[in-house]
Design a protein around this ligand. Structure first.
Ligand code: PGA
Length: 256
């Protein structure tokens, strides 16, 4: 049975460790199907407080990382440090970082390479950023450009030795922007197919087909099954809905 990846991206929420504990307490994490790969990405500051208390059939993720192992880089956290915190997955190139933090494709490429070196799993976000914010933007051109730069100097061998996830994330469909209006399943499916073709052109086709392609943008319990039924997507990056324990537990149940 095909694996489905469900990634909770808490972004800069909640505002205290106590509330983070409450959120975790509210998730129904028992009886998760082996089909489901659940990853929870809290703010880094809460990771040690959470990983020491909550363990189970899910993985911890981070929302970003730096590309060097250590050194004079004020404010940054290296993949190695994240691994020590119990992290396995790391979101890279999220639309909000591209837009608000000026994260460039070159930086994203360095981060992806650093994660692969450190045997952490990148969740590479494509399709985001300021220039992609209008639904009229040339999505293919933007995705292709970001794809080519993110995968620069990354060989099939590098990927074969690691797990790797890609998320297509149109910024205009993020819940905070669209007020919970996702892209249509047809649109998300076409974008995922386009990414698959880019992968197939760069790497061997049968190998490319094994890299899971996810969608992110206003996914919740009322639309997740439509996405699953009407697309070939391998999972979802969930922001807003993951901050509501009832809602997110329902999503876990629906995909299990
Ligand atoms: P959203 O966010 O589910 O709130 O739209 C998705 C994401 O940005 O990861």
């Amino acid at each position: 049975m095909k694996k489905i990846h469900l990634i909770a991206n808490w972004k800069t929420n909640p505002s205290s460790l106590k509330q983070a504990h409450k959120l975790m307490d509210g998730y129904r994490l028992e009886g998760i199907s082996p089909r489901l790969n659940l990853v929870i990405c809290p703010p880094t500051i809460f990771l040690s407080g959470l990983t020491s208390k909550f363990q189970g059939e899910f993985f911890w993720g981070a929302q970003d990382c730096f590309w060097e192992k250590g050194g004079a880089y004020t404010g940054e956290i290296s993949p190695l440090m994240l691994r020590l915190l119990g992290v396995r997955y790391v979101i890279v190139g999220h639309s909000e970082r591209r837009e608000h933090l000026g994260e460039t494709d070159q930086m994203i490429n360095k981060k992806v390479k650093a994660l692969l070196r450190e045997k952490l799993v990148p969740i590479l976000c494509l399709g985001g950023g300021k220039e992609a914010k209008s639904p009229k933007a040339n999505i293919r051109q933007i995705v292709r450009f970001q794809f080519e730069r993110a995968f620069e100097e990354i060989t099939q061998k590098d990927l074969a030795e690691n797990e790797f996830l890609i998320t297509y994330e149109p910024p205009w469909a993020l819940s905070t922007v669209s007020h919970n209006r996702p892209a249509s399943s047809k649109f998300a499916a076409e974008a995922a197919f386009y990414i698959l073709n880019l992968l197939s052109a760069k790497y061997k086709r049968d190998f490319a087909g094994k890299i899971p392609i996810l969608y992110g943008g206003s996914v919740n319990s009322s639309n997740i099954l439509t996405f699953l039924k009407k697309t070939n997507l391998s999972g979802f990056l969930v922001g807003g809905a993951s901050l509501n324990p009832k809602e997110f537990s329902q999503m876990i149940k629906l995909v299990s």
